[in-house]
Design a protein around this ligand. Sequence first.
Ligand code: NAX
Length: 329
Amino acid sequence: MTTTITLTGAGGQIGYALLFRIAAGDLLGPDEKVRLRLLEIPRGLAAAEGAALELQDGAFDLLEHVEVTDDAAVGFDGCDLALLVGARPRGPGMERGDLLAANGGIFGPQGRAIAENAARGVRVTVVGNPANTNTLIAAAHADGIPAERFSALTRLDENRARAQLAQTLGVPVGTIARVPIWGNHSATQFPDVSHATVAGLPVVPALEKIVDDVPTWLDETFVPRVAKRGAEIIQVRGSSSVASAANATIDHVRDWVAGTEDWTSAGVVSHGEYGVPEGLICSFPVRAIDGEWRIVEGLELDDRARARIDASVAELVEERDAVRALGLL
Ligand code: NAX
């Protein structure tokens, strides 16, 4: 079988890190051929064309075809999986409203182009920031495609949270599970360890053996470290997260398509779960079953978790109201 994958922002950093892993089979496994459509704006076309030449030189068995375009109708033609990575970054002096407006001008038309051109059953993953609200805008413009087919990447935040826990506990990261991210992919996000496990056992008692005051450690060290990890990477590396973001995108899409045994995190449309207003794109603990995200329901939230989730959801509501006021929804 062959899957058609459209990558926007293919001439950018994350695009470059993603393409070769997709072509190597990391996304869909060793038996699925892929057809790649690289969608860029005119300024990014040369970089995307260069990446396409290198893809050719990779001689990947699974790669059937690569096309580079700045025409969204061509880019999303027959697309099964859309990875919306290209976005307008915040420039100097740009207010949040300007950023939302600039991205609304990208994600609205892309949502429409997906609805008009993509394959039935298309799944859309939004990486470009502000990811949750960009997802909301794209889904709102994609007439005829259920909002459940759109999701925002918060897997990088979850991976960061699992890695921080593993490091603190001195255990392999693969032994840490159930660390959902709630809310917005922003500094208000809530990485939640209350249901987390290490080798199948609750994490909190394990932390209590290492950390003096676990609630304080969570509030003052763990949560800010995860939520501000992107800024830390920029400070140390001099550039934003790239390979780890591409890796998380691979994890997210692979799990969505192939299914998960346990929980992961994704920004998905709310139907009112956990009191999150209907229609918002909010990160929840999710499972992927039969190609669909299912929010893990019935979890108990203590007051601390509730307050943090409410604060992040309030930020999502503000973003939604701002894009509504701009006529983008
Ligand atoms: P780059 O600036 O390297 O690349 C962005 C590319 O998108 C550029 O080549 C640009 O020409 C292209 N582009 C802009 N508008 C476009 C449009 N309308 N159609 C097609 N392509 C378009 O950024 P990069 O480091 O690759 O990051 C991409 C996005 O990911 C940014 O918005 C960034 O904030 C976001 N991130 C999201 C993360 C997440 O966890 N959700 C984490 C990593 C990253 O920060």
